[in-house]
Design a binder for this molecule. Structure first.
Ligand code: TYD
Length: 198
């Protein structure tokens, strides 16, 4: 389908994904490659409604799942697939593994969520799961001045973490401890990308 490189960084809230996505993108761009960074939920119409719902009260489970799927379909069609077709490096902050984890924690079968997504969403070349004990992740959310929203309650994050970790033996997955300094974590991610030959 493509000759680009598709890298996803995922994991529970508070593991530092956004910072690490930025640093990894800078590192790859410094190699003279064209990098596109994006995130889910997106800033498109479905993603906007999902972000609003995190603050104002979540949608009903089935509706929420449908919105995430609609948002992703649009993301794949309008951004991910075209960029990969042009040979670019695409780095995403969250992808359908978040749907498996978060909507899975809400009661849907993660395997079924995966099947629904893989019907239209390309598999990444590399999925980097940033991992942290839930208590530590929660502390970091507190430290950055956010209060944990409805997606981010402790018990819920525990379930999400377990679903993320259930992917660890897949050939395209690396679990990266998010402990230590920002630079230490960035170095682990770079090592994982290099050793995947990407
Ligand atoms: P997040 O990346 O944390 O956005 P922000 O940086 O604006 O806080 O994503 C918002 C929430 O969306 C996050 O708590 C996880 C949730 N989420 C799902 O429940 N399912 C999904 O498929 C995705 C992509 C995100």
């Amino acid at each position: 389908m493509s000759n680009g490189t598709f890298i996803v960084i995922d994991g529970i809230d508070g593991t530092g994904k956004s910072t690490q996505v930025r640093l990894l993108a800078e590192w790859i761009a410094a190699q003279g490659r064209q990098v596109i960074v994006s995130r889910e939920p997106t800033d498109g119409p479905w993603g906007k409604q999902l972000r609003e719902s995190a603050a104002s009260g979540r949608l009903a489970p089935a509706e929420e799942l449908e919105y995430f799927l609609n948002d992703r379909r649009q993301h794949v069609d309008e951004l991910i697939a075209p960029a990969l077709a042009l040979g670019k490096v695409v780095i995403l902050d969250r992808y359908y593994f978040s749907t498996m984890a978060y909507q899975g924690a809400r009661g849907f079968d993660p395997a079924e969520i995966r099947r629904l997504n893989e019907a239209f969403a390309p598999l990444p070349d590399l999925l980097l799961i940033l991992d942290l004990e839930v208590a530590d992740a929660h502390l970091r959310i507190g430290a950055r001045g956010d209060t944990a929203n409805a997606f981010e309650q402790l018990e819920n994050l525990q379930r999400c973490r377990q679903i993320f970790l259930s992917l660890q033996h897949e050939p395209f997955v690396r679990v990266i401890p998010s402990t230590g300094t920002i630079d230490e974590v960035a170095a682990r991610l770079q090592h994982a990308v290099r050793s995947a030959g990407l």
